[in-house]
Design a binder for this molecule. Structure first.
Ligand code: UD1
Length: 369
């Protein structure tokens, strides 16, 4: 039986780890899963709500690192995670995504000679100004098993000289959570509570430092959104970092006047909200994938994406932060007929990635022993 530590740190990790832990609990003869929460995200709305919505067990260990500069936060995870690995001596540590906790935990394991599996390996934006890109590159270098969501990720890893034996295409585990929770989400009353039930509306999320930490960029984006909001309600569940920046830049009043500003939503409420939207505007990585899986038009307010398959096959369009471009692309999406045919979904985004991840871990263990 394999003892596996599953690491979660920040909001986008929870929906990737939940199906893996659930599959390990189901396959209890093969796996003994532990969950370690680094505490990178700690607010009830950024963390606890997701454990509840996704039916995740309480973390076995909570490191409580909290917020800080990149160096401080990463260092705090390094320092707190090392004794946990030394004490538990797991066979594998599973890390997901590209947040600071992901890299820090992979680094701890590589020095302690504990095997690491990286879920969502191989994604590249080729923009090293993004902290996540550094986390992706380094985590992939350090990991023993690279579990990729799409074929472009395999190609990226091979081009970086990573041997094919370390790479396994397993599909997108976030879609396991999405498909599993879709029905439960139908009982959420969030559309009614926000006054958008039965009508056209858009959903916005915004939290990338490159968009929200610079007053001028944030102002340009708000200008574009004011114009989109003249056509249909735009619901904006705002990340704490963004709220802080709206306050600091004096833009909060304008945002609150034009947009339906709400607190961050839990997994089920947010799924219910965007699954009924006419249009999604976002700078998140995961939401580009979730909208593709459901066939909801998505405009990504960034210059690049590490998820090109959502553009090639899916509903995503990169529109940057130029207000004229955002308004024009939003109009184009709103003027076209809503999609009635089933969405084109990338291969292996089928709700069964978690079992493929577990199979790959077992195979790699047997192969190495
Ligand atoms: C992190 C990830 C990012 C991911 C995002 C999703 C990194 C480098 N970034 O960015 O990839 O897309 O999570 O949300 O790991 N804060 C709170 N409460 C919380 C958490 C954060 O108030 O529970 C505030 C704090 O002021 C903090 C700021 O948000 O300083 C930023 O949090 P942090 O974890 O540093 O990065 P995110 O912007 O959330």
């Amino acid at each position: 039986m394999l003892k596996v530590i599953n690491v979660v740190g920040a909001r986008p990790n929870f929906m990737k780890v939940a199906p893996v832990v659930e599959a390990m609990r189901r396959r209890a003869r093969e796996f003994r899963p532990l969950v370690v929460h680094t505490g990178q995200h700690y607010d009830a709305l950024m963390s606890d709500a997701f454990f509840r919505d996704l039916g995740m067990p309480e973390p076995d260990v909570h490191l409580g690192v909290g917020s800080g500069s990149h160096a401080r936060q990463t260092a705090a995870v390094l320092e707190a995670f090392e004794p946990v690995v030394e004490r538990e001596r797991p066979d594998w540590v599973v890390v997901v995504g590209d947040v600071n906790s992901t890299l820090a935990c992979a680094l701890v394991c590589s020095k302690l000679l504990v095997r690491v599996a990286h879920v969502e390996a191989g994604l590249r934006s080729r923009d090293r100004r993004m902290p996540e890109e550094i986390n992706r590159l380094l985590t992939d270098q350090l990991s023993d098993l690279l579990l990729t969501p799409s074929a472009d990720a395999d190609r990226n890893l091979l081009a970086e000289g990573i041997p094919a034996e370390r790479i396994r295409l397993v599909g997108n585990v976030m879609i396991d959570s999405l498909l599993k929770q879709l029905e439960r989400a139908a009982s959420s009353r969030v559309r009614e509570e926000l006054g958008v039930a039965g009508r056209d509306y858009a959903v916005l999320t915004l939290h990338r430092p490159s968009n929200v930490d610079d007053a001028e960029t944030l102002g340009r984006i708000i200008t574009a959104l004011e114009r989109v909001a003249a056509r249909l309600p735009v619901v904006f569940p705002a990340h704490p970092r963004t709220v802080k920046m709206l306050d600091a830049t004096g833009l909060r009043e304008r945002a609150a006047r034009a947009l339906r500003l709400t607190e961050p939503l839990g997994y089920l409420d947010f799924l219910r909200l965007y699954s009924g939207a006419r249009l999604v505007l976002t700078d998140s990585g995961g939401i580009q994938e979730e909208t593709t899986a459901l066939g909801i038009p998505c405009l990504t307010l960034r210059e690049n994406t590490e998820r090109p398959v959502t553009i090639e096959l899916g509903t995503n369009r990169l529109v940057g932060t130029d207000p004229a471009r955002i308004v024009e692309e939003a109009a184009r999406a709103l003027d076209s007929d809503p999609q009635t045919t089933p969405p084109r979904v990338p291969p292996l985004w089928d709700g069964r990635a978690a079992d493929r991840i577990l199979d790959a871990i077992i195979e790699k263990t047997n192969h190495a022993d």
